[in-house]
Ligand binder design. Sequence first.
Ligand SMILES: [Mg+2]
Length: 365
Amino acid sequence: MTIAAVRTHRLSAPLHTPFVTALRRTTTVDTLVVEVIDSDGRSGFGEAPQVWQVTGASIAGAEACVRDLLGPALTGRNADDLQARCAEVRRAVVGNESARAAVDVALHDLAARRLGVPLVRLLGGTSLRVPTDVTLAAGDAVDLAAAAKQRRAEGFTVLKLKVGTDARGDLDRVRAVRTAVGPDVRIRLDANQGWTPREAVRVIRGIEDAGLDVELVEQPVHRRDLDGLAWVSGRVDLPILADESVFDVRDLVEVIRRRAADRVNVKLAKCGGLHTARTLLDLAAAHGMGTIVGSMMESAVGVGAAASLVAAYGTTAVSDLDAAWWLAWSPVQGGIRYDDATVLLPDAPGLGISAVSEVNVQPRG
Ligand SMILES: [Mg+2]
């Protein structure tokens, strides 16, 4: 069975709550969905989210990569040779991780559809339920405490608090959230590179000394400052999780070599697809590192692929799969749903996506 066409769809959908981190503030998800169509007319979908401040990926860049390079390279080839096609995608272009991830996931989705099984089954798992944390957007202590209470009431038990916008106030922010939700909620922090190494050690030690029971601290310092990351990791007790510092396998090897972090956050849009994501999870496990899988701000397509990966392979801590929960409405039909703090994978072939709504096309209902 051959690949007949590769198409792209520009999607945009509003968030119900603004998403604010030390790197950016956004009120929409803007993203590119790639559709790989076989000669039987079946479609597989994958997603390349636009994330200027993290990956540098844009919709226009991903669109050009798929239209001018990856699409023509795949058209006419055998869709059943999944590993061979994905290897060609990995070799075809430097960078462009989100475009590669979108095509890699679309090829996997198509393969699962052709077999008539959910993507998680193709990846070697059966669970259709994946727990997730929920992010609290960066803000002042009062707003964070209120948001924390609200999310707790909605059923979330793992809160990811965005810090790093103002090191002097971060200890008070964490204290306010812990006071608001009590002892039974897990709190993790993501500084999104917002601290200097000295600030990171000062804030984290303050949190430890105050007994605020934080699970981990994600990406405290600049992504390229692996010496700084290692310096912080060596001076605090809380586990340090590398996110922006680790895109691909070589990045993780370097973090391991320098003992720069205890855990790693694997994302398809950073590493370029499910194959490399599995390698990262295996490499981390082999070195005793903890793992979570996360996503960018993206739709049910990308989050569904990440959740399928977690359902099949597992992570050592609750993953970070709330991105599609932030959407006021879904720009795709079908796919994952949320049941409180659980991502529900559809019991349908592939990712269970039946259609996508292009930009400027209003959703039904
Ligand atoms: Mg992060």
